[in-house]
Every structure is written in structure tokens, then in C-alpha cells.
Design a protein around this ligand. Structure first.
Ligand code: DX5
Ligand code: ZN
Length: 219
């Protein structure tokens, strides 16, 4: 199953209600939280997610690019986010945090920056509902897909398949009609796309991305 999650980092920040109305064919709405510490950029926090949660007919996929997720991530789950993904590099106790997120009722995700090895997390797969393989350095939209992250994605696909667990493998950054094919072939099933969804007609773009991924899902 292919999931297309548009990132509202590429939407018009002055009118999220209208922008949400342009992505009704999406599977989840990807919400990038940046704190100007874990990453240089700054977006928004819990009050905005609370409001998006009220406005969106589609569940929220919250991606926390913040320091100290151990302290802050549970609050996003409490707001009703469907999925909360925190960075491995920032969490003091990823397993404890994932268990807390699940206890609150969210799916728990762990994100890996391009330079972060997956090996340490393979044994922890049962604790997570999603692993996010960053395909750019987190912080900004509109960057180019990093092909050298694909061996890591493939190794995670093999580990997930071997485990028999239903852990989603998400990619985020530089996903286009071309790169989505590469990520799908290497085992991703959940695709975040900002620029390539919101530039032009989002409904057409989502359909194009979905068709490209569906034609190349990993076997
Ligand atoms: C980057 C964010 C991404 C970003 C992707 O740090 O996590 O979700 O919105 O944007 P594009 O698809 O433009 O690379
Ligand atoms: Zn993101």
C-alpha cells in the first residue's frame, strides 16, 4: 500500500484551511515542527497543530525536528495527532518515548537523519509503527534527494519484512515523480512530498506521485 503525505511546509502559511482543501486525496497531512535548535529553521508548535487537527479531515502525520522530544512529543499525541515521529538523534530514551506515544493513542515513529545508521534501531522495530528515513538533511523544503540514503532504506525494508511487523517505512525530502520510484524500489511505502505536491495542482500531483510509486513497489 502506497501512502502520499503532502508536507504543508510547502503550503501557504497564511491560509492553511484553504491549503488543506487542496489535498483531499492525500493519505495523511505531514506537519513539520522545527524549533530553530535541532534544525536551523523555525515553523510552529502545539497551538497550530491543535488548530490543524480541528480543520483537517485527513489525519496528521507530525514530524518533530526538535530538541528534547522526550519532553515535548507526548503533547502532540495528546492533541490527537494520528502519528508522531521524533528524531533518534534528539531523543534521550526512544523506547520509553515511543511507548508513551502509543499509550496516548498515537502511532509512534522514529526518524533518522541521512548520516544516522539504522543498525542500532533494527532490534527496536517492535516499539515503532513507522521509521522515517530522511532523504535530505532536515530543516528545509525544496532540497535534492540524497541517493546515498537508499542502502539504509533497503536494509530497513529487509529487517521489517524479516520481522513480519507492520512498520511503515517513510521517506521525506526531495520526493518527485522521478525519485519516488527509486524510494519505492528500495522499500518505502509512505512518501512525504512538499514542493512536488503544492507546486501546480495538488490533486494531479498526488495522483502522479501515487501512480509512480504503485508501479514500483518493492517485492
Ligand atoms: C524537511 C521536511 C520535509 C519537507 C520536504 O526537513 O521534513 O517534510 O517539507 O519538502 P520537499 O518535498 O520540498 O523536499
Ligand atoms: Zn518532514
Amino acid at each position: 500500500m502506497v501512502r502520499i503525505n503532502p508536507s504543508i511546509l510547502a503550503a501557504d502559511f497564511a491560509n492553511f484551511e484553504r491549503e488543506l482543501g487542496r489535498i483531499t486525496t492525500a493519505d495523511l497531512v505531514h506537519v513539520d515542527i522545527m524549533d530553530n535548535h535541532f534544525v536551523p529553521n523555525l515553523t510552529f508548535g502545539p497551538p497550530m497543530v491543535d488548530r490543524l487537527q480541528q480543520l483537517s479531515a485527513i489525519p496528521l502525520d507530525v514530524h518533530l525536528m526538535i530538541d528534547d522530544p522526550d519532553r515535548w512529543a507526548p503533547g502532540y499525541a495528546e492533541l490527537g495527532a494520528y502519528s508522531v515521529t521524533f528524531h533518534a538523534e534528539a531523543a534521550a530514551d526512544p523506547v520509553k518515548l515511543a511507548r508513551r506515544l502509543r499509550e496516548i493513542g498515537a502511532r509512534a515513529g522514529i526518524a533518522l537523519k541521512p548520516g544516522t545508521d539504522a543498525a542500532a534501531y533494527v532490534d527496536l522495530l517492535p516499539e515503532f509503527d513507522q521509521v522515517l528515513v530522511m532523504t535530505v538533511e532536515p530543516g528545509f523544503g525544496g532540497q535534492s534527494f540524497m541517493h546515498d540514503t537508499m542502502p539504509k532504506l533497503r536494509s530497513l525494508r529487509e529487517a521489517v519484512d524479516a520481522s513480519g511487523l507492520d512498520v511503515w517505512l517513510q521517506v521525506d525530502g526531495g520526493i518527485t515523480e522521478e525519485t519516488i520510484v527509486i524510494a519505492a524500489e528500495n522499500g518505502a511505502d509512505t512518501f512525504v512530498a512538499g514542493s512536488s505536491v503544492f507546486r501546480g495542482d495538488p490533486t494531479d500531483n498526488i495522483a502522479t506521485l501515487r501512480a509512480a510509486a504503485e508501479g514500483h513497489t518493492h517485492e
